[in-house]
Design a protein around this ligand. Structure first.
Ligand code: PA5
Length: 473
């Protein structure tokens, strides 16, 4: 079992970046040390900017590994484990993707299907869409009476989350009575701003807070990620310890630290025309890390205006893929399509299980040749051969190497990718922490449904050119 004081263990768990296959020694058109040296002033400025923003209290998410109410979360989680059969997270975007990614990474892939004595903790569900079918069908599998609803919204005003909350509150109160319903609802939101905190106070719901300066997609190490994880038996102390370990690593010289290097390579790639970044873990458990990362990278870096007010329309389109599954679909395009992608693999050195292919069909060597090998070897060899095949065709790729998949390692990975995103934001000279493009659709929706203060948005939509029937077929 991990102890934070055990430095050797931490070193063994350190995540690393192999970027050989973006360098010109390995691929034609790859980067040289000179490319990095030419950027060194910009890189140093980016690192200094991040440090000074942190020192000025503008990067509260960097402090989450150290200042979260872990004991309160664990106490509350212990009560939930005793009293409930299921938890349902109501949230969207940054308020849902992190909890899903963490659950999938650490817990059994068929967690919900396991019998309670094996699973030990409540079942885990997330409702991160307003697809009416999905929510209605969910009520076929959860028992309201035995479910805790975790309402997560930083702004406390997101239509999707608040509408789900309204539906559930109403159902719960009808089924259990107003007083009983209260113990089935916990809110995670800003401590002062937004409607959710007002409602939580009025209704006397249990509440955890997202620190004021922490935006949705950077909130995974706050109660947003920690509470659902703790309820499902995930060791949140190790998760935070991993993040703190990575925080130390991120203080190194930018050309020696993984987050800054990951950001710099992607920045160079963008300058070089690789406007698509593929995240391809070789582990089912990490499939939803790609979903989480996709939001983080896209929403943070896709910006029209830079910090000097100039129109720049920058960003790199993140794409999710899964090894080895997508070797049989997307890889064809990555090997032979346009040179517009850089691929990041995530490899796992030690899987939690081993399975051996039996030595059968020995009289049919074209099938039997796999006999005696393990799936562990097969998946690792396939990652290696895929990166080789890409490199042979001069396709940029790199690999984030995870020694194991456990809380400490995943804490490092979350934190590393968050710092890398912020670093890339500095290199691009944009604000990585706002999301005006997301707000616009939110505000138009408010206008359509008549939210006070958004009347102009409704008028704006009413004045949109009517759709031309000739353009339907
Ligand atoms: O990263 C972000 O800020 C967004 O993706 C938000 O997380 C998302 O829009 C949900 O917002 P909120 O947590 O305020 O309901």
């Amino acid at each position: 079992m991990f102890e934070y004081e055990d430095k050797n263990w931490c070193e063994k768990m350190r995540i690393r970046l192999d970027f050989n296959n973006v360098m010109q020694d390995f691929i034609d058109g790859g980067f040289s040390q000179k490319n990095f040296d030419d950027l060194s002033e910009k890189i140093t400025n980016a690192a200094n900017q991040l440090d000074s923003k942190r020192a000025n209290g503008q990067m509260d998410w960097r402090n989450l590994p150290y200042n979260q109410p872990v004991d309160e979360i664990l106490d509350y989680a212990a009560q939930v484990q005793k009293n409930f059969e299921s938890i349902l997270v109501l949230g969207i975007g940054g308020s849902a993707l992190g909890p899903i990614a963490l659950q999938q990474a650490i817990n059994h892939p068929y967690y919900n299907e396991l019998p309670r004595e094996k699973r030990k903790f409540p079942k885990f569900y997330v409702a991160d869409n307003v697809d009416p079918e999905r929510l209605v069908y969910l009520f076929d599998v959860i028992d309201l009476d035995k479910t805790l609803f975790i309402v997560i919204s930083k702004s406390g005003s997101t239509s999707e989350t608040m509408s789900q909350f309204m539906i559930i509150k109403d159902m719960m109160e009808k089924e259990l009575g107003k007083e009983n319903a209260k113990s089935h609802i916990v809110c995670i939101t800003d401590s002062e701003k937004g409607n959710l905190i007002k409602i939580a106070k009025d209704e006397n719901y249990k509440t955890f807070y997202i620190p004021a300066g922490v935006g949705g997609r950077f909130s995974q190490l706050s109660p947003v990620g920690l509470l659902p994880a703790a309820i499902c038996g995930i060791d949140i102390k190790e998760l935070l310890a991993g993040a703190a370990f990575m925080d130390e690593a991120c203080k190194n010289n930018p050309q020696k630290n993984i987050a800054a290097m990951y950001a710099t390579i992607n920045y160079l790639a963008m300058q070089n025309g690789q406007n698509i970044t593929v995240m391809m873990p070789y582990a089912d458990s990490l499939k939803y890390i790609s979903d989480w990362y996709t939001q983080l990278w896209a929403e943070s870096l896709g910006k029209s205006v830079n910090n000097d007010g100039k129109i720049v329309n920058v960003g790199q389109t993140p794409v999710k893929a899964l090894g080895v599954t997508d070797q049989h679909s997307q890889i064809q395009l990555y090997n032979e399509g346009p040179y517009d992608k850089i691929i990041t693999f995530i490899s796992v050195e030690n899987y939690r299980e081993t399975i051996t292919i039996p030595k059968i069909f020995e009289d049919m060597p074209t099938v039997g040749f796999l006999g005696g090998a393990t799936h562990n070897e097969l998946i690792q060899v396939e990652h290696y051969t895929t990166e080789r095949a890409l490199a042979k065709l001069n396709r940029m790729n790199m690999t984030i190497i995870l020694p194991h998949v456990n809380e400490f390692v995943i804490g490092q990975l979350f934190y590393m990718l968050e710092v890398a995103t912020a670093f890339a934001g500095e290199l691009l000279n944009i604000n990585a922490f706002n999301q005006p493009g997301v707000e616009e659709a939110k505000n138009l929706t408010y206008g359509v449904f008549g939210k006070p203060g958004y009347e102009n948005k409704r008028i704006e939509l009413e004045n949109v050119l009517k759709k031309n029937q000739n353009y339907f077929v």
